[in-house]
Design a protein around this ligand. Structure first.
Ligand SMILES: [Ca+2]
Ligand SMILES: [Ca+2]
Ligand SMILES: [Ca+2]
Ligand SMILES: [Ca+2]
Length: 720
């Protein structure tokens, strides 16, 4: 029978064990601190320091069987005496018996160590399989790791919370905001589901070809929990006040009966402020509670002129993101705004601020009468991270009315690890003022999931040095009325000069990437991308451009590549054009090259247009044009293209069949100081003797996930 404290823990675990534990630790600290302060004694510091005070996002988390977030399918039986917290579940392994631990509120782009504990037993599975998935939305899940463990033996690894934890493979890179761990078996043995632990390690990992921002992702207000750092609340420097969600200086809660802004510069939990102050001093942490904050009660605009070592935080709490339904405008520098929901109102940066980071915001239902942007990202060194920006404007309307998710103008702007969808214009539009390329440069659009906007996922106008890397983009079709041809990416128009398109996955669109510039000759590099289920053409050089198309895979689509303008120089090599109606069409090929590509159509002919003529077969194309050196018309032997796994199977003719790509890698390194000599999984390229053709390097089996986990998002997880 369970004792009362055990029951209390159990009850707490249903509400979320972690929060409860943090609350306990915090309550003890506050009570001790309060008593010590009240008696004028000085031991407060020592007592407070004995409790853990760190960012919960970076702290280890444990989910036990029976906790919220744990679920099973099939038949499981309870074994009450053994395991973490004296319980575990057991089942015969098999197709229908599986257990799942789901962790929400994950910070994407970080690596997580995932480990498990279980009570050992002689009759248990010797190969109980844990698989780890990352998830961004219902359609977007990556298999990121996994391993089999021997449950006849006790787990081996580090101790924590009274248990020993065995790592499930190498740490995994999180994408989206959910990590789930699934346990199943592969034979008729007993598998045991007990507890799983995750721990975030290290710094944020930028997408391929993108530098980490100098400010805005890794910083946490918990840094101010360090008692060496002090803040002046009006009577001289003192340690920060610390609440359940960490250090704060300003406390705002418009729903509190005692709330007032009169003679109340900072506010407190007992007597909060009603709104933000207009000027927020360096080092401030303004914690916003309550809500909604409506237009009638005034705006929430502020200026914060802070610094790298004393940034300002304006934040909802991690558990409760207040709803903002009023004007919200940020001016200044070194500001992080996080954990808020904007409903019907935009996030505006005013006066071109610098070093501003927007994190864990939801921005939705902004529907202005004119063209506008839900997030007005105009300035320098700006970050939009881990936000969901959706249903702004009308994503289905018949009349062009651009309400974009985020507009990037300025320099050094990171739009990374976000989920953006159903916006009336584009998820992200890049555009300098009056299409001046100087006014939009070093724009980094990485590892976002973007889908179902009215126009495009990414639309690039007057700019240069724009990087679009490792995004997933789907659901772009021609609009009913004016506005869009259903391209996921407009890679260049209106004076866009230079862009890099690296390792994206683009599917279920009318077109993949379209280059459409008239005035300047765009330079573009399309490297390592995967396109599938494209209605018209995957890569479309419609107007003037010089485009490198290298190591891409296009499959299950209508056309692979098309160049339609006389002023297109295209360089096509190391690509796989698989299962297409029409593989490549270069209508004015005077300055173009094509070599080391694989063309294939199961049960059909290869079609290549080069100039005015179309060749029905690779050999005819090579003989007539002198192009096509090193190319193959053979089944590239992809692992499972039907299941969207286009890695190379053992024995694939693509292996070591590619052209050297060193020059491109060196160009990138010399311009930007970063290495893009990798494949879709982040594995170094080349492996073996030479570069492979396609987006992946090296033969692979289903369990080999590479540094970024299984690669494409739409590949089904084995066993599901
Ligand atoms: Ca347990
Ligand atoms: Ca438009
Ligand atoms: Ca557009
Ligand atoms: Ca190779």
């Amino acid at each position: 029978m369970r004792n009362p404290s055990r029951e209390a823990i159990r009850a707490a675990s249903k509400r979320g064990k972690l929060q409860w534990m943090l609350f306990q630790a915090f309550s003890a600290a506050v009570i001790v601190g309060f008593i010590a302060a009240g008696t004028g004694a000085q031991p407060r510091q020592a007592n407070v320091k004995s409790h853990s005070r760190s960012d919960p996002l970076a702290s280890p988390r444990i989910l036990d069987d029976g906790d919220v977030g744990f679920s099973t399918t099939g038949e499981w039986s309870h074994s009450p005496k053994a395991g973490f917290h004296d319980d575990a579940l057991a089942a015969k392994s098999g197709q229908f018996n599986a257990a799942r631990w789901t962790f929400n509120n994950i910070t994407p782009g970080y690596r997580y160590r995932v480990s498990a504990t279980w009570p050992a037993g002689a009759n248990q599975a010797t190969a109980a399989r844990y698989s780890i998935s990352a998830e961004a939305d219902a359609n977007t899940r990556w298999l990121v790791g996994g391993a089999s463990v021997d449950q006849t033996l006790a787990p081996k690894g580090s101790k924590h919370a009274g248990a020993v934890w065995q790592d499930i493979g190498e740490p995994v890179l999180a994408r989206g905001t959910t990590l789930s761990v699934r346990l199943f078996g592969s034979s008729d043995e007993t598998i045991v589901a007990d507890a799983v632990r995750i721990e975030r390690i290290g710094r944020w990992q930028p997408p391929i070809g993108i530098a980490a921002p100098p400010f805005g992702v890794d910083e946490s207000h918990w840094a101010y929990a360090d008692r060496e750092i002090e803040y002046d609340y009006g009577s001289g420097p003192e340690p920060y006040r610390i609440g359940p969600d960490g250090p704060y200086t300003h406390y705002v809660d418009n729903t509190h009966p005692q709330a007032t802004d009169i003679n109340n510069d900072f506010g407190s939990p007992d007597r909060p402020r009603k709104t933000l102050p207009f000027i927020i001093p360096p080092g401030s942490v303004a914690e916003i509670h309550g809500g909604p904050y409506t237009h009638n009660a005034g705006g929430l605009s502020f200026t914060a002129d802070a610094s790298a070592d004393r940034p300002v935080y304006v934040r909802g709490t991690s558990a409760n993101r207040p709803i903002i339904q009023t004007t919200f405008s940020i001016a200044g520098r070194y500001v992080i705004v996080e954990n808020l929901q904007f409903d019907g109102y935009q996030v505006n940066l005013s006066g071109r601020p610098d070093h501003v980071s927007l994190r864990n915001l939801e921005v939705r239902n902004f529907d202005p009468s004119g063209n506008n942007n839900a997030v007005n990202t105009i300035g320098s060194y700006l970050v939009v991270y881990r936000c969901r920006i959706h249903h702004n404007g009308d994503a289905r309307g018949g009349v062009e009315h651009d309400v974009h998710g985020a507009k990037a103008r300025g320099d050094h702007i990171w739009i990374v690890d976000n989920h953006m969808h159903h916006n009336g214009g584009d998820s992200v539009q890049v555009k300098g003022a009056r299409n001046d390329a100087n006014d939009a440069q070093y724009i980094y659009i990485g590892r976002n999931v973007m889908h179902d906007d009215r126009e495009n996922a990414v639309d690039i106008k007057g700019s240069r040095n724009v990087f679009v890397s490792q995004n997933v983009m789907y659901g772009y079709r021609p609009t009913r009325g004016e506005g869009s041809d259903g391209s996921a990416v407009v890679g260049a128009h209106e004076k866009a000069e230079l862009g890099w398109f690296l390792f994206n996955e683009i599917y279920d669109c009318n077109r993949g990437i379209r280059f459409n510039e008239k005035k300047v000759k765009t330079r573009a590099y399309v490297i390592g991308n995967i396109f599938h289920d494209i209605d018209d053409v995957a890569i479309y050089a419609r107007r003037r451009c010089s485009v490198y198309v290298v190591n891409n895979v296009v499959y299950k689509s209508n056309r692979g590549f098309r160049a339609a303008d006389s002023d297109v120089d295209c360089y096509l090599f190391n690509n796989i054009f698989h299962d297409l109606n029409f593989h490549v069409a270069v209508e004015r090929p005077d300055r173009s090259e094509s070599h080391h590509n694989i063309y294939y159509r199961p049960g059909g002919r290869v079609k290549i247009q080069w100039g005015k003529k179309t060749y029905y077969g690779l050999a005819l194309f090579v003989a007539a044009t002198g192009q096509g050196n090193g190319s193959l018309a053979r089944d590239p032997q992809l692992v499972d293209p039907g299941g969207n796994d286009v890695r190379l199977a053992e024995g694939s003719p693509a292996i070591d069949a590619g052209a050297d790509v060193e020059d491109l890698g060196e160009l990138f390194k010399s311009q930007y100081g970063l290495d893009i000599g990798v494949d879709f999984l982040g594995r170094p390229r080349p492996q073996g003797d030479k570069v492979d053709i396609g987006a992946y390097e090296g033969a692979t089996d289903a369990n080999d996930l590479g540094a970024f986990g299984g690669g494409v998002a739409t590949r089904p997880t084995p066993g599901q």
